[in-house]
Design a protein around this ligand. Structure first.
Ligand code: SF4
Length: 376
């Protein structure tokens, strides 16, 4: 099974923390959709006739696309690839876009899942982060999505916010009160070249201490698990059966094709990186060229990716598969370190899977990098 990711590189305004690829000059949307449709044609062989199970519109802000644009892209994928009977088709949407008019259009497309970028319900925090919506719009977007039949949706929430008005308990309670089937949580990180990054360099913004962010993450985990959510991936919680199929395929290292500027693709052996520049992307596609770089993964990289992805999931890292497929005996190579992890209750092994427990999830990246293999 495979997935297709479409990157829509436009936003209404730049959020102060965001380092994704996007432009706030939105006047070239039609040209971009033309280029994306051309790229779908040019990349037709990439997935090797695998059945496409998921389509994910990410960004940027894909909810800036009209019904016509979305239908055009989906129709092109349908005519170019073999799609499963009922593919999951997700649209990332900002609350300010989910108006009655827009949702009324969206129901006439094949989009069947929304990922709503709520981040917070607090007006002051939203304004401070330069989000385009306010708390009321966040609330309205959830109820309206439901009114229009989008019962399968996810909410994004940010924690670790270094701003006095921020209150995780309140945001989380509001989110839970609306019973979303899926919640994604992100620790706010200060990235260079963002407004927050510049404020940080000038000493005007100080990150939340690591321990505070860890306490908030622990609180999130405990609260959501208590309400019946399964913590199926480090950042993701779902009512059982409502996990994101698209993201699950990433973590299982299934092949996926990324279309659009800055999109990545993976076929099990190599990664492709499309150019992260709208002008260069449009120019190349006008000449029927996909502007990309290919990185063929060596065995060490494959092992490290398997470690990183496996440890993020509640299923854990399949140490037997690592041994069978990549000839890497993780248990034997790291016996001492793994004993420390288990003695310290950071992880456990069950049916050949190395699984992080709550304490381990707080330092998952660190554990993964400790287990990494040095590159060939
Ligand atoms: S967080 Fe989303 S809406 Fe904000 S700038 Fe980044 S991609 Fe755009």
């Amino acid at each position: 099974m495979a997935g297709i990711y479409i990157h829509i590189p436009f936003c209404r305004q730049a959020c102060h923390y965001c380092d994704f690829h996007f432009s706030t000059s939105n006047d070239r949307t039609t040209q971009m959709v033309d280029a994306i449709v051309s790229e779908i044609d040019l990349q037709i062989a990439y997935l090797n006739d695998e059945t496409v199970e998921t389509i994910y519109f990410g960004g940027g802000t894909p909810s800036l696309l009209s019904k016509t644009d979305l239908k055009r892209i989906i129709a092109k994928i349908r005519s170019s690839y073999s799609l499963s009977e009922s593919p999951e088709i997700t649209l990332e949407a900002n609350p300010d876009d989910l108006t009655e008019d827009y949702l009324g259009e969206l129901v006439h497309t094949d989009v069947n899942r929304l990922s709503i970028g709520i981040q917070s319900f607090n007006d002051k925090v939203l304004k401070w982060m330069n989000r385009a919506h306010d708390g009321q719009q966040a609330l309205n977007s959830i109820s309206m999505a439901r009114d229009f039949g989008f019962d399968n949706f996810s909410l994004d929430l940010i924690f670790g916010v270094p701003y006095s008005s921020y209150n995780l308990n309140s945001d989380l309670k509001t989110a839970i009160d609306h019973s979303p089937p899926h919640i994604s949580t992100y620790n706010l990180t200060i990235e260079p070249k963002t407004v927050f990054g510049k404020q940080h360099d000038l000493g005007q913004l100080i990150e939340v201490p690591e321990e505070t962010a860890a306490e908030q993450y622990e609180y999130l985990m405990a609260s959501l698990i208590d309400k019946g959510y399964s913590h199926y991936e480090i950042s993701n919680f779902a009512i059982p059966g409502k996990e994101s199929h698209h993201n699950r395929n990433y973590w299982r290292q299934e092949p996926y094709l990324g279309i659009g500027p800055s999109a990545h693709s993976f076929d099990g052996h190599s990664r492709q990186y499309n150019v992260a520049n709208n002008q260069k992307y449009l120019k190349a596609l006008s000449e029927n060229i996909v502007p990309l770089e290919i990185e063929v993964l060596n065995t060490s990289q494959k092992i490290n990716e398997a470690i990183m992805m496996g440890l993020r999931t509640s299923q854990g890292l399949d140490v037997q598969a690592l041994k069978d497929d990549l000839e890497w005996d993780l248990l034997a190579k790291n016996a001492g370190y793994l004993k420390q992890l288990m003695d310290g209750e950071f992880a456990y092994i069950k049916k050949n899977k190395l699984i992080l427990n709550t304490k381990g999830k707080l330092v998952a990246d660190r554990i993964a990098s400790d287990l990494f293999v040095a590159y060939d």
